[in-house]
Design a protein around this ligand. Structure first.
Ligand SMILES: Nc1ncnc2c1ncn2[C@@H]1O[C@H](COP(=O)(O)OP(=O)(O)OP(=O)(O)O)[C@@H](O)[C@H]1O
Ligand SMILES: [Mg+2]
Length: 234
């Protein structure tokens, strides 16, 4: 579904993603792991067209998407939840969700999509008319994920979704990811919470200094303490 080949990306002259290749098959959960500064966020941003200087090949469902403008990816069914949640101040939960619809083409779907979200996220259902930024950090993260799901993506990239969230909500969130997978959504997770991420993943790739240094089945990496300590210590 997603094929990344020889991806490079830069911040000015700083070459932060260096010839990275990996793939994600339909229906998988794939985790990208690695230390702070390894290039995980930059990789997701490059895939989403948000790094101004990027090179290589990114194919999604057979389309070469590297050079497309950022918004065009959402129309193809690719969604992204950045690390900073970007809940819009002054808008309610419902209004924030509405922003997740792909403008114009999906206007008629709003009620049905919001009803679906309310079922999946009972915490949000109870708070639809509350201001989005008044939610707790964990609830705001749920809202950011729900907003991305409003576009009914087939593949969703999630950057550190469990960061700074209390354990009970983290548990709920990982259960949600399992459910999304069962319902046919493909997920790419960037996580510091390596153990939990591997427990729900099919495969994982380890990044170090902008390159893939290791990849394997999630079970295999879960059992490999040495690799975890070497590349994933925070
Ligand atoms: N806006 C920026 N301008 C310049 N350099 C940046 C910028 N953002 C990130 N970098 C650098 O790019 C490199 C990769 O950063 P990136 O954010 O992709 O890492 P990461 O693996 O997501 O780390 P973390 O686990 O801390 O989120 C780092 O050396 C970082 O300092
Ligand atoms: Mg990051």
């Amino acid at each position: 579904m997603l094929q990344v080949q020889g991806l490079d990306a830069w911040y000015d002259r700083s070459h932060v993603v260096q010839g990275l290749s990996f793939e994600v098959k339909a229906g998988e959960i794939v985790t990208l792991m690695g230390r702070n500064g390894a290039g995980k966020t930059s990789t997701l941003r490059a895939i989403m067209g948000l790094m101004s200087k990027r090179a290589g090949s990114v194919r999604f469902d057979g389309h070469d998407i590297l050079a497309l403008p950022a918004h065009a990816r959402w129309h193809l069914g690719l969604a992204y939840v950045p690390e900073e949640r970007r809940i819009v101040p002054g808008l309610t939960v419902r209004e924030n969700l509405r922003l997740g619809l792909i403008a114009g083409s999906e206007r008629g779907m709003e009620a049905e999509r919001i009803a679906g979200i309310a079922q999946t996220f009972p915490r949000l259902a109870e708070r639809m008319n509350q201001e989005g930024t008044s939610l707790s950090g964990g609830e705001q993260q749920m809202l950011a994920i729900a907003r991305a799901m409003m576009a009914r993506p087939r593949l969703i990239l999630l950057d550190e979704p469990s960061e700074g969230i209390m354990p009970l909500l983290v548990h709920e969130m990982f259960e949600l990811f399992r459910r999304m997978k069962r319902q046919g959504t493909t997920l790419v997770l960037v996580e510091q919470n390596v153990e939990r991420a591997l427990q729900i993943s099919d495969r994982a790739y380890i990044l170090d200094q902008g390159r893939i240094v290791h990849h394997g089945a999630a079970e295999e990496l879960l059992a490999d303490r040495e690799i975890q300590e070497r590349y994933c210590a925070v």
